[in-house]
Design a protein around this ligand. Structure first.
Ligand code: AMP
Ligand code: MG
Length: 342
């Protein structure tokens, strides 16, 4: 299959390109498109055959559910069986935006879309291309991140092409995605809402909007029988080919540890990359970010750049788990083969 690239302006999406992409979706084929978080791989969420193609193209396990993207709040009524008041609160505060809400599913949603679960994850993205595409397609769009299974999520059209060229019908190139890590996921099908995946909409913001929010035990590093509620959590993710080492602790100690590891791996003839927040330039391949937002926006891109430079080891300085830091540390922990407390 030849993968067509459609270049579309993110600020003022050209309707001709959007129409072309929407017709591909309506015909039951796959289009990758930018959202404000990462690039998604979209199919008609209500067409089981089309959704099947997402799992095949990505090499994604069938029990890992997809997020259904909508362009208006009313669509939630068709997709979800029961809409609690808390959902309405979250929707009016955070949509359109990087928050995915898990609700009881209606009969309209095929089981394949929800990985066999009786719940459905729904989000209304803010990105103008994403909104126009969903509107023009006239159907909700199921879309996981548009990477090959296990690889870092794509934040540029080029990343999608690197992973999925020849496996999908089209990619909309709308430039770099702004946030850089996937949406926050909250489960509202329980007595107390539960954070399943941290992201740009922070735990603190959720708590201030709706009060008590439990944090899934796996996010706290604990084993849990609740894993079946969000099967995506059990899979390894976001991994570059390089061996990622996450180093946490007091900054002076982390600094010393990085120096030591750079030396040690250097002696072994290994090519070492470092990612730090406002840190030193330890090696030729050090990427320094200034803020947590910049960290999130560039993390997956840096992982992919390290792979194209054939870097063997990536040393990453941990950050405090607050605000978007919780989401960043969640992605880093999943990507890291080794975790060190300095
Ligand atoms: P991705 O967009 O590739 O990050 O994948 C979507 C993620 O959303 C999955 O890995 C799940 O963790 C989560 N998700 C989607 N649907 C559900 C659901 N019904 N219940 C819980 N989590 C879900
Ligand atoms: Mg993903």
């Amino acid at each position: 299959m030849r993968t067509v690239i459609l270049k579309i302006n993110a600020k003022k999406p050209q309707i001709s390109g959007i129409r072309r992409a929407a017709s591909i979706i309506r015909r039951g084929n796959l289009v990758a498109f930018p959202t404000e978080t990462v690039y998604g791989l979209g199919a008609d969420a209500l067409n089981a055959k089309a959704v099947k193609k997402i799992f095949v193209a990505k090499g994604r396990p069938a029990d890992n559910p997809l997020i259904v993207h909508v362009s208006d709040k009313e669509s939630v009524n068709d997709l979800a069986g029961d809409i609690p008041q808390l959902a309405e609160k979250l929707i009016s505060r955070f949509w359109p935006g990087p928050l995915t809400i898990v609700l009881k599913k209606s009969k309209t949603v095929p089981k394949i879309t929800t990985g066999g679960l009786d719940t459905v994850a729904i989000r209304m993205p803010k990105n103008k291309i994403a909104q126009a595409l969903i509107r023009e397609a006239g159907t909700p769009i199921a879309a996981p991140s548009a990477n090959f299974f296990g690889r870092p999520s794509p934040t540029l059209a080029k990343h999608v092409l690197d992973d999925l060229d020849g496996r999908i019908s089209a990619i909309i190139d709308g430039g770099q995605t702004r946030i850089g890590i996937e949406s926050t996921v909250i489960d509202l099908t329980r007595k107390t809402p539960m954070l399943l995946r941290p992201g740009r909409v922070t735990l603190e913001e959720l708590q201030s909007a709706i009060g008590r929010v439990d944090v899934h035990p796996i996010l706290k590093g604990k084993k849990s029988a609740l894993v079946h509620r969000s099967p995506g959590m059990k899979y390894k993710h976001y991994s570059p080919d390089a061996h990622v080492i996450l180093i946490e602790g007091q900054s002076a100690l982390v600094h010393k540890k990085i120096l030591k590891l750079v030396q040690q791996f250097g002696k072994q003839g290994k090519k070492v990359g470092v990612i730090t927040i406002r840190g030193d330039k330890y090696t030729k391949n050090t990427r320094r970010v200034r803020t947590d937002s910049e960290f999130a926006a560039n993390l997956f891109k840096i992982f992919r750049e390290c792979d194209s430079k054939k870097i063997d080891v990536i040393l990453v300085q941990g950050i405090p788990r607050k605000g978007i830091g919780l989401g960043i540390m969640n992605r880093l922990s999943k990507a890291a083969r080794t975790k060190i407390m300095a």
